[in-house]
Design a protein around this ligand. Structure first.
Ligand code: UDP
Ligand code: MG
Length: 148
């Protein structure tokens, strides 16, 4: 089953959006496979965003991610990568539709509350980076009520 790496960024934690965000993924029907509150170091944030290292906003982005604890999660389910990005909304909250997490809770692109993997391949890399200890191997008993 497909997995995505979802991270509530420091602003989402500070603004007490952790429960609200987890609830949206849970209520959709996705399954939580990993969860931890962590403060990451600069070098770790740089590795997570290594694809963006040439971007002018890279330093500010790294400063943002290390500015406080983040909630790192692994969510599982059919098409969770693409659907997770829809639940999150467009990168710039000015363009995120109401009803999405960024559309409902964010204003500036540099304070957009949440990260979600952009492909199955990125998800695999990000889960390996953030959860080297592995995730939790459990199965939800709701499966037949969510999938036909
Ligand atoms: N970002 C930014 N300014 C920009 C573009 C992106 O501060 O012009 C930040 C923003 O927090 C975004 C993150 O960098 O979520 C990663 O950028 P990406 O293009 O991967 O967007 P995402 O996948 O998070 O939607
Ligand atoms: Mg991205």
């Amino acid at each position: 089953m497909e997995q995505s790496f979802i991270m509530i960024k420091p602003d989402g934690v500070q603004r007490c959006l952790v429960g609200e965000i987890i609830a949206r993924f849970e209520k959709k029907g996705f399954t939580l496979k990993g969860l931890k509150l962590v403060s990451v170091e600069r070098s770790f944030a740089e590795r997570h965003y290594s694809d963006l290292s040439a971007k002018p906003f890279f330093n500010g982005l790294v400063e943002y991610i290390v500015s406080g604890p983040v909630v790192a999660m692994v969510w599982e389910g059919k098409n969770v990568v693409v659907t997770g990005r829809k639940i999150i909304g467009a990168t710039n909250p000015a363009d995120s539709a109401p009803g999405t997490i960024r559309g409902d809770f964010a204003i500036d692109i540099g304070r957009n509350v949440i990260h979600g993997s952009d492909s199955v391949e990125s998800a695999r890399k990000e889960i390996a980076l953030w959860f080297p200890e592995g995730t939790v191997g459990w199965q939800t008993s709701l499966h037949p009520w969510i999938y036909e």
